[in-house]
Design a protein. Structure first.
Length: 44
């Protein structure tokens, strides 16, 4: 989705979920040595 270096601060990333089914998805955010994995619920 967004594999680039970004400046410090708050950022928003949008993506097209129109082809995804309703359900629970796992996403991962990483910055340097920090990695956060979370669940996202998509409801249509």
């Amino acid at each position: 989705m967004n594999n680039q270096i970004m400046t410090a601060g708050h950022h928003n990333i949008s993506f097209d979920a129109s082809k995804l089914s309703t359900g629970t998805y796992i996403y991962r955010l990483s910055s340097g040595d920090n990695v956060v994995t979370k669940k996202m619920i998509l409801m249509k």
